[in-house]
Design a protein around this ligand. Structure first.
Ligand code: ZN
Length: 322
């Protein structure tokens, strides 16, 4: 996660703030290498700078959780009386959803957010936690106004602060994002779930990688293509660099997201997700290399690099499509 300057200000005033955002990415394969505006130097954003092409938008690819065929419990939604004449409000057990306009899509949205929360807890911690109190505030922004303080090109944005024992979670997304339901919300909600689970803040690559795992599978095809292009140019982040990086890189942010997601995917294919959670906890104390060895039998960063690349590329050489 990256901290925005306004969040630093809050930190200084005594609030414990987390923030992270999914940046708008350059449309993979179309604008790679093109400068897409100010860098995400301050906050966490998720890739999404352009509307996806129609074929991509209509993709019905499933998130990994859905692919496992998990049944969701039906979510009850309560619509609250409008108070400020601007935002309508709907509530589920764990979310207070602020939206404008038609209430019709909100029932589906409510189900998606509760399912995403449940799936993230189950995947990483085995079971869901108690109901969030206070509820997570989710803003479905229709004008971009709520993104003023978010990183440039933010596609979704999650922040939180701690008050007493409680975490106040806030998520802002663009209401018209074509990938809202199967990528942006599951991603941001994973960040919201991670809040409060680690004494220290998660390393950014792990936080983004775990959130990336919740995205639809079609995004992973994009990650593979992007990584293939960078590998061909010899410009991938070394995994040691990635794992030891503080915050986000100044450049190649999309690559950072893609490599983080595929590194987490590799590690949870090697061992169960709970082992990955142990890695994060123990490495904080003992460092990455010894804990990778202890929990995964990975001898060194070189060994990790070799095994990860064989996971990503198989035995074939990386595609030359860039
Ligand atoms: Zn993120």
């Amino acid at each position: 996660m990256l901290y925005g300057s306004h969040f630093r200000a809050l930190l200084l005033s005594g609030l414990f703030i987390f923030s992270c955002a999914l940046p708008i990415t350059q449309a993979i394969g179309q604008t790679a290498g093109k400068d897409f505006g100010p860098r995400l130097a301050d906050t966490k954003t998720e890739p999404a700078d352009k509307p996806r092409i129609a074929a991509d938008m209509s993709s019905k690819s499933k998130t990994p959780a859905e692919a496992k065929g998990k049944a969701s419990t039906s979510t009850s939604v309560r619509y609250l009386p409008q108070k400020d004449g601007v935002w309508s409000v709907a509530e589920t057990d764990n979310f207070r959803i602020f939206f404008k306009g038609d209430i019709k899509p909100i029932d589906k949205m409510a189900q998606v957010v509760e399912d995403s929360r449940q799936n993230a807890y189950e995947r990483w911690f085995g079971k869901a936690e108690d109901t969030w109190s206070p509820k997570c505030y989710l803003y479905l922004d229709d004008s971009g106004k709520e993104f003023k303080k978010a990183p440039k090109n933010a596609r979704g944005y999650t922040s939180a602060f701690q008050k007493g024992w409680n975490y106040h979670r806030y998520i802002t997304v663009h209401s018209d994002d074509p990938d809202l339901v199967d990528t942006v919300l599951p991603h941001e909600i994973t960040h919201a779930v991670m809040i409060g689970h680690f004494v220290d803040q998660l390393p950014t690559w792990a936080d983004e990688g775990m959130a990336g795992i919740a995205q639809r599978r079609a995004d992973f095809d994009d990650f593979h293509k992007l990584i293939g292009r960078y590998e061909h140019k010899g410009k991938l982040f070394s995994l040691q660099t990635l794992m030891e990086m503080e915050g986000y890189p100044d450049d190649d942010v999309d690559l950072f997201y893609a490599q983080s997601a595929l590194l987490v995917e590799f590690l949870i294919k090697e061992k169960e997700p709970k082992v990955f959670v142990s890695l994060l906890r123990e490495a904080k104390k003992d460092g990455w290399a010894p804990v990778l060895k202890k929990l995964y039998g990975i001898a060194s960063f070189e060994d990790l690099e070799k095994r990860w690349k064989s996971f990503v590329f198989g035995n074939a050489s990386p595609p030359n499509d860039g």
